[in-house]
Each structure stands twice: as C-alpha cells, then as structure tokens.
Design a protein around this ligand. Structure first.
Ligand code: NI
Length: 185
C-alpha cells in the first residue's frame, strides 16, 4: 500500500521520534508499505516521520547502480566484510549512530523536500547499531552512500532535515524555495 509522504512544513517532520519498545508483526507490514512507497517515489531511504509516524523506524535500499568507483562497496557487518548490496533492503528500528572521519561534501535530496538538492557536509564513515524487526542487531561500520544515507535518515528521527545542515550561504539561497514549499504542501 502506498503511504502519503509528508512534505516540508509538516510538524511531524520536526518532532523527535520515540524508540520502539515492542517489535510486533504490524511493523513488518509497515516496513513493506514504507519500502513500496519509497520505491514508487524513487528514493533510496525513508524514515517513519516522513509517512506521519514519530517512531524510530527506517527503510533503506541503495541500488547497485548508485555505487561509484570511489565509494566502498563493502561494509563491516557484525565483524565480517560484506557487499553493501547484500544488506538491502535494510529495515531497522532504534538506531544508534556514531559518525566519524573527515567531513565530506555530497549533494542530498529528500522525498519530503521536493525539488531541492543541496550540498551537505557530513562525516565520511559511520558505526551503526541497528535493530532489525526480528530483534537481531546489526553492527555496521561503513562509508560511501550507505554512511551518508544512514546519517540522513537517522536525522529524520530527531526532527532534522538535510536543509538544516547546509552552509549558511546555501540556507539564504534556499530560504525562499523552502517557504514556498511549506506554503504549497
Ligand atoms: Ni530525507
């Protein structure tokens, strides 16, 4: 089932999401709907606040053709090196992220901020502790697009959008467009 993607200006995108205490079977259904919605919108990640739920849940699917030569295609998962594509689609709740490394620029967009893309500096690598719907835990150490995507999606759970993370000059440039977006949602 396709879900409604909340747009810039919706207060649900600005609220902090609560951790999930019980992993019940309804979440599997929700995850399937979130993935279907994300694929239909041609996104690579979707966080629960974006479909109007302030819970700590995220889906990610990075397609293979998004990978570039200079981006590592592997991640360390529970101590083992694995191809990133083997992790996809990634569904998790209650993430704990520890970004590290140099700040790197990358052009980001967001399904909740239509028509705007902008450069964002973020640490290049991430150590992440992700709980899957069956309760098992993935300890991931990664770089590349997965590290970028994890940081962007987990920001949503804290009420942050990528437009909060752009340079102050870009904020001035984007201000008018964002105001328009908020008014048109
Ligand atoms: Ni987003």
């Amino acid at each position: 089932m396709l879900l409604d993607i909340k747009q810039y200006g919706d207060p649900v995108l600005r609220a902090e999401s609560a951790p999930l205490e019980h992993l019940d079977s309804d979440l599997k259904n929700l995850a399937d709907n979130m993935l279907e919605t994300m694929y239909a919108a041609e996104g690579i990640g979707l966080a629960a606040p974006q479909i109007g739920l302030n819970i700590q849940m995220v889906v990610i699917d990075i397609p293979e053709d998004e990978e570039e030569q200079d981006i590592p295609e592997t991640a360390i998962v529970n101590g083992e090196t694995k191809p990133v594509r083997d992790l996809m689609p990634l569904v998790f709740v209650n993430p704990v992220l520890e970004p590290y490394g140099n700040l790197c620029p990358f052009t980001e967009g967001c399904l909740s901020v239509r028509g705007i893309r902008s450069n964002v500096l973020r640490p290049e690598f991430v150590k992440a502790r992700l709980t899957q719907l069956d309760g098992s835990v993935l300890e991931i150490d990664c770089g590349g697009l997965l590290a970028r995507c994890l940081q962007h999606e987990c920001d949503h759970l804290k009420g942050f959008l990528f437009t909060d993370r752009v340079s102050s000059a870009a904020k001035i440039t984007l201000a008018k467009k964002l105001k328009k977006l908020a008014a048109s949602r």
